[in-house]
Design a protein around this ligand. Structure first.
Ligand code: AGP
Length: 611
């Protein structure tokens, strides 16, 4: 999820690019770079780290010129270094490209281009685009737009691409397959941006490109084509938002925006990893079959929300691979003298990749000779240095302190990893694997479906916003959802909430229930469903108000619920990916009803880099 800006016009491109990139820095802040065409040459400046590094470098390097592109990066392929920062250029240094997304077949294309003599200078998937365009232009008699058209037809994956060339200084060429990109034109200028804030100072009339469209932007004009090369009509949208609202995509808070980004986050986590032939492809995992076959136990370590993802993953790994799994809080694991050896696989989960306890736990595991894997959202984060295999979640930056989309992405990545282990160890039949992969493919649309509960959850949240305590109960993977639901409510609404194993209630916690106590039950559609219903009846008999998450159309759940959030059916082990969403929305709206800011809860930091 990177930030892209483009400018063409009679003025200076650089200040417009830098201003737009600063406004888009919330989309990515691993590195930043610009390319400007002036006097028949292309000038490029790129720096790892936040925008101020680039700004410093540009202090001594003026870049005059009226055509340019800029990029703030959220790394997906290759660590966040100067060399991997965008824009990327072709061999001749006359074509520059910026990209948001993931090009899945970049390795095949790169090998082909290298075979033809192209020299690559970065580890990114993006650089293939610059060389492809170069090689098509070299064939002669085509313009930049046609070269882009031929290029996108060679690419697999997701991309918003923006390209400029010294040899065609009259326009910027843009292409979209999935990630959003907008273009616009005002008198004497043309603009491109991955998001509205980058354009707002110059125009409020924007053209959001549709999927599979190419645009050519020139001063005062926009033209659009489809991927077959037919010119198409387009709509211009007038934006009324102020800048702050535009940064949040029109949502009131980043947390709500990120909750609604979850279909895309999960899609991106799966991208390129579900082979059409019915197997899991994890390029990042280099252990051979023998090493994986020799694993005798898996240990998962994490903190907070990531720990809850680990709770669900324990069920998936044990069920699919039959390898025993231990689960530990990183802060406990590192001090408990755990038993590990070369047949142990330790998985650390940290969206930030910087949580001090999780890093220390993985370092310890490595010293003990265990195999170490990490699941993280941040390319180049510290956890990637300590792990032998890193599975990136590709959810894009998460701004809100409360994790939402990274949690769903972690669950998805961990399911992929569990299936991969099962596949490599021959622990699962082909038919079961294919069935599970199909269920995973359906998840992004099912998430969209669950998000339609927004208004129902909001209404329910209004009724419970005044409470002082709440109990969340579940069984199996539903317990991980209950724990996560309780954590969300605690951290942003400051209501005392407990996540509990429903079967444990009778052993103590049921004493907390009095008239009106809200009990949120996760009635995941699995073999423990009847037992959950019995637990719900028990708490109702003691005066609880029940808020239930249940599979759609179940009349028994309806008869026992004060509030019912119905979710579509999926495989039992995948249910947390759907069931968590009403919990996130519930916490969000309770916090709003209490007049609190969900994005910045008191006493908390996004990344806990100290013990
Ligand atoms: C989640 O909403 C919290 N902000 C917090 O529990 C978080 O999950 C925890 O600090 C772990 O962070 P990490 O995933 O970056 O390691």
């Amino acid at each position: 999820m990177c930030g892209i800006v483009g400018y063409i016009g009679g003025g200076q491109a650089l200040p417009v690019l830098l201003d737009g990139m600063t406004k888009l820095e919330y989309r990515g802040y691993d590195s930043a770079g610009v390319a400007v065409v002036a006097d028949g040459s292309l000038q490029v400046e790129r720096r790892a780290g936040q925008m101020h590094n680039l700004l410093e470098a540009l202090e001594t390097r003026p870049m005059p010129g009226g055509l340019g592109i800029g990029h703030t990066r959220w790394a997906t392929h290759g660590p966040p270094t100067d060399g991997n920062a965008h824009p990327h250029v072709d061999c001749s240094g006359r074509i520059a490209v910026v990209h948001n997304g993931i090009i899945e077949n970049h390795d095949v294309l790169r090998a082909r281009l290298e075979g033809e003599g192209h020299e690559f200078r970065s580890d990114t998937d993006t650089e293939v685009v610059a060389h492809l365009i170069e090689s098509i232009l070299r064939e002669g008699e085509v313009d930049l737009r046609t070269a882009m058209l031929r290029t996108v037809n060679l690419l697999e994956g997701a991309f918003a691409l923006v390209c400029i060339s010294v040899d065609q200084p009259g326009s910027i060429v843009v292409a979209r397959q999935e990630p959003p990109i907008i273009v616009g034109a005002a008198e004497g200028i043309g603009l491109v941006g991955s998001d509205i804030p980058a354009l707002l100072d110059h125009t409020r009339d924007i053209v959001p490109l549709d999927n599979h469209q190419i645009a050519e932007v020139s001063p005062g004009s926009v033209r659009v084509w489809d991927f077959e090369g037919n010119e198409v009509e387009f709509e211009t949208v007038h934006v009324e938002w102020d800048l702050a609202a535009a940064e949040r995509g029109g949502y009131e808070d980043f947390m709500l925006k990120e909750i609604f980004e979850q279909p895309e986050a999960v899609r991106n986590t799966m991208r390129g990893r579900l082979d059409p032939a019915g197997c899991i492809v994890l390029d990042e995992v280099h252990w051979d079959k023998e090493t994986l076959a020799a694993i005798t136990k898996v240990v998962i370590v994490a903190c907070g929300t990531s720990f809850h993802a680990g709770m669900a993953a324990k069920h998936a790994i044990e069920h699919w691979t039959r390898i025993p799994v231990e689960l530990d809080l990183a802060s406990e694991f590192r001090y408990r003298d755990p038993v590990l050896d070369a047949t142990s696989l330790v998985i650390g989960i940290a969206q930030s990749g910087e949580t001090a306890d999780t890093l220390a736990a993985l370092r310890f595991a490595k010293e003990m000779g265990a195999h170490v894997a990490a699941v993280t959202n941040v390319v180049g984060s510290s956890i990637t240095r300590d792990a032998d295999a890193v599975l990136f979640t590709h959810a894009g930056p998460e701004i809100s302190v409360a994790s939402t989309k990274t949690f769903l992405a972690q669950l998805t990545a961990l399911n992929l990893f569990a299936l991969y282990l099962a596949q490599e160890r021959g622990a699962m039949t082909q038919a079961k694997m294919a069935e599970t992969i199909e269920a995973m493919r359906a998840l992004p649309e099912q998430i969209e479906d669950v998000l339609m509960l927004q208004d129902d959850v909001h209404r329910a949240a209004k009724r419970y916003a005044h409470v002082t305590d709440a109990l969340f109960i579940g069984r199996g993977v539903g317990m991980a959802v209950a724990m996560e639901g309780a954590l969300k409510l605690k951290e942003i609404s400051y209501i005392h909430a407990e996540g509990y194993a429903a079967g444990e209630l009778k052993h103590g916690a049921i004493a907390l229930i009095e008239d009106g106590t809200p009990v949120i039950g996760i009635l995941t559609g699995h073999r423990l469903y009847d037992k959950m219903l019995a637990n719900v009846q028990e708490v109702r008999a003691r005066g609880a108000q029940t808020v239930l998450v249940a599979p759609r159309g179940d009349e028994r759940a309806r008869s026992l619920a004060n509030e019912l959030f119905e979710v579509p059916l999926t495989k039992p082990l995948l249910t947390p990916i759907l069931d968590t969403i009403p919990m996130q929305l519930f916490a969000y709206y309770v916090a709003k009803e209490r007049g609190l800011s969900p994005d910045r809860p008191r006493n908390l930091a996004k990344s806990v880099t100290v013990e």
